[in-house]
Design a protein around this ligand. Structure first.
Ligand code: ZN
Length: 342
């Protein structure tokens, strides 16, 4: 089942009002005119105003405190009817960090109400298509904003199969060979532009390494195992809140448990069911491993994302495997879900 709502699952207004509030005002006006003739105007008007206010409120994830908004809760398959992997970290109404930018996430970014000019940093877990395809769309959109400060981008190193983060960014915006070289001024030093993209390669290790800091935002990473693809898991500390993103990994190596230690929110990728074998198991962690890591790391709240056709519908089994090893709350993510970090 694919649900789209803008608030927490327990928020009924979020389920009722999925679209922008703008059309609601138009609809409300028509209904009011109709009901005005029936002398029910006042009562219904109060109801509609409440509904519209609730819908508008539900659209602002993280307006107070720290929250994570899931821009993409799916994997690479389009038939999951979800955007691919992407997460936005909000603080007091400002989008501070973006983790991954899979296909469809640029549209969700717009729907979230965020601005590219708000971001302190963009982090990539790895460069599979379902984690990175909307990157140029986001950058092009930023062109129309008034960003002036540089945008740091951090992601893994490369190997024979995958580009490094600097190569990936240059493959799009490099002056000579970039596919979108018409935007090279964003990347090339000395060219006049409103702001610069600053890509960095993170080697990472099995021990958490500090990567970036900006004000009260601190970012660290560990290297994780995802087949032959260089991949990172990210930890974001914001104020006194800690959020950890597993990215895609089979859960080997132990670094992820250390990175996730005492996290307030752990977002793990539920890409395979418990009985996964072969290549898919060598790339992804089954629910028992997710539960083990969440339990050993003593995380406070677990959210499962990167849901694929092979795991959609297996939620009960997934939940029971996790509950054997982790006693905290477990939730399944949908696009645009907002998870306040408490
Ligand atoms: Zn993936």
């Amino acid at each position: 089942m694919t649900r789209r709502y803008l608030g927490k699952p327990e928020n009924p207004w979020g389920l009722l009002f999925q679209a922008s509030s703008a059309p609601l005002f138009g609809i409300a006006l028509i209904i009011r005119r109709f009901l005005g003739a029936m002398r029910l105007h006042h009562l219904v008007s109060v109801y509609l105003n409440c509904a519209i206010l609730a819908a508008a409120a539900a659209q602002s994830c993280g307006s107070e405190g720290v929250a994570v908004q899931v821009l993409g809760s799916g994997g690479p398959e389009l038939q999951d009817k979800r955007a691919s992997s992407s997460y936005l970290v909000w603080e007091d109404g400002r989008a501070r960090a973006l983790v991954d930018a899979g296909g469809g996430s640029a549209l969700r970014f717009g729907e979230s109400g965020a601005q590219m000019s708000q971001l302190d940093v963009l982090l990539f877990t790895h460069f599979h298509v379902d984690h990175s395809a909307d990157f140029p769309a986001l950058i092009k959109s930023s062109w129309f904003e008034d960003r002036t400060r540089p945008l740091p981008i951090y992601g893994p190193v490369g190997n024979d199969f995958m580009p490094s983060t600097t190569e990936f960014v240059n493959d799009f915006f490099g002056e000579k060979r970039g596919a979108y070289r018409y935007l090279s001024e964003l990347l090339v030093p000395g060219e006049k532009s409103s702001y610069k993209i600053l890509p960095h390669n993170v080697v990472g290790s099995t021990k958490p390494t500090a990567v970036f800091r900006s004000g009260d935002l601190a970012v660290s990473a560990v290297r994780v195992v995802h087949g032959q693809v260089p991949a990172l898991a990210w930890r974001i500390e914001l104020g006194n809140k800690v959020i950890v993103f597993s990215g895609d990994t089979n859960g080997e190596d132990g670094g992820l448990t250390q990175l996730a230690t005492n996290a307030d929110l752990f977002i793990a990728h539920n890409a395979v069911p418990e009985d996964a074998a072969g290549i898919e198991r060598s790339l992804h962690m089954p629910p028992s491993i997710i539960g083990q890591i969440a339990g050993n790391a003593h995380v406070r709240h677990l959210v499962l994302s990167h849901r694929m056709l092979r795991t959609l519908g297996t939620e009960n089994q997934t939940q029971s495997e996790i509950k054997k090893r982790f006693s905290g709350p477990v939730e399944f993510a949908n696009d645009l879900d907002c998870f306040p970090v408490r």
